[in-house]
Design a binder for this molecule. Structure first.
Ligand SMILES: Cc1ncc(COP(=O)(O)O)c(C=O)c1O
Length: 369
């Protein structure tokens, strides 16, 4: 039995008619940039998030983060606290804005460790990027409190957490501004690139719109030096269809996670993911840790079970982000230790119970056999 890490074809086939007609509608109308589909998706995604946030579609999640940070007009060279364990785009968005990265260690839930975060705040710090990693919210109460005490802006990186909640509110509704990615493999994924900026602050969103649309709000209006980053109309039409399924797909991810957690609990040499009481996790990834990772990888591979490593190197240990002027060097003990232990199991609504059970069997054999 082959168990896929991700199965976008299966997902497409399950909603083929709706997707095909959405794509066809865009072609028929031939409004390929902007227009009704993008506007309606922005409205529908705002309504999905709640909390009074408004949204702006952009080209991808990296652009969303970069433009969101630019809109805050932070002082050049200011320091931005970000997790050591995240996808590299989080760091890129900071550096591309002329700001300095300060890496913060991760806690047991793989999001920002609050005591490490506080210990790394200096007068040079201007913002925190809270990444809701693997589908689980960061500790937003504590982060918002620190931000308030030290006068820092909060940017939420929600690329892995569409629909995740913290104290009953959706991620993306807590910070000054937030960013989503619709990369195909995300919980809500397009058929190509796509991204979204979210904020309650209409002035910030307006600035983002200017930045993303060649520096103006109207054609041939260039108030500032801008750039081009737009959510494609075909992608918006596809995302509108998929948004209607997101909650049920996330619920199915929770079922698979429940099955894994129950079956793997108590086994030797394995640390299971922990979900905070305040959170509903949407399980973008199901990440275990093991000192026997190599044996587990070999067993999974032998049995045709796909897996991932998120991420093989924590960012401070990558050539691009170690010993460089735009990073304040700090220790991130857990992130460095865990980069050699983490292993992402197949996760998604595509999985049948038997497939998840097969994953469990293979892990059990490798750990105990
Ligand atoms: C945590 C995180 N931030 C940002 C991004 C960037 O998104 P994109 O690939 O759409 O540029 C991703 C996804 O790839 C991500 O996982």
């Amino acid at each position: 039995m082959v168990v896929k890490f991700l199965d976008l074809k299966k997902q497409y086939l399950s909603i083929k008619e709706e997707i095909d007609s959405a794509i066809f509608r865009v072609i028929e109308n031939s409004a390929f940039i902007g227009g009704d589909e993008v506007l309606r998706f922005e409205e529908e995604f705002s309504a999905f998030l709640g909390g009074g946030v408004r949204t702006l579609g952009v080209g991808n999640g990296t652009d969303a983060l970069e433009i969101a940070i630019q809109s805050l007009n932070l002082p050049q060279g200011g320091e931005v606290l970000i997790p050591a364990n995240t996808f590299v785009a989080t760091a890129e968005a900071v550096v591309r804005n002329g700001l300095k990265v300060v890496f913060v260690d991760c806690g047991q839930d793989y999001t920002l460790d609050i005591s490490d975060l506080e210990s790394k705040i200096t007068p040079a710090c201007v913002a925190i990027v809270a990444v809701h990693l693997y589908g689980q919210s960061a500790r937003m109460n504590e982060i918002l409190k620190l931000a308030k005490n030290y006068g820092l802006k909060v940017i939420e990186d929600c690329a892995q957490s569409h629909g995740a909640t913290y104290n009953g509110e959706k991620v993306g509704t807590f910070g000054d501004i937030g960013a989503f990615s619709f990369y195909p493999g995300k919980n809500l994924g397009a058929f190509g690139d796509g991204g979204m900026i979210v904020s309650r602050d209409s002035l910030l969103l307006r600035r983002c719109r200017e930045i993303a649309h060649h520096g103006g709000l109207k054609k041939y209006e260039h108030n500032i030096v801008g750039r081009n980053s737009r959510l494609d109309s075909i992608q918006a039409a596809i995302l509108r269809v998929k948004l209607r399924y997101l909650e049920s797909w996330n619920a199915r991810r929770r079922e698979i996670a429940g099955l894994y957690l129950e079956a793997l609990r108590g086994l030797p040499n394995i640390a299971l993911p922990e979900v905070k009481e305040s959170c509903v996790c949407v399980w973008h990834l199901f990440v275990i840790r093991s000192l026997k990772r190599q044996a587990l990888r070999e067993a999974l591979q032998r049995e045709g079970i796909e897996y991932g490593l998120h991420y093989p190197l924590s960012l401070p240990n990558t050539p691009a982000y170690s010993k460089v002027a735009f990073v304040r060097e700090t220790a991130c003990k857990n992130a460095t230790l865990w980069q050699d232990e983490i292993l992402s199991l197949p996760m998604g609504e595509h999985l049948e119970n038997e497939e998840a059970q097969r994953v469990v069997e293979v892990l059990k054999d490798a750990l105990c056999g």
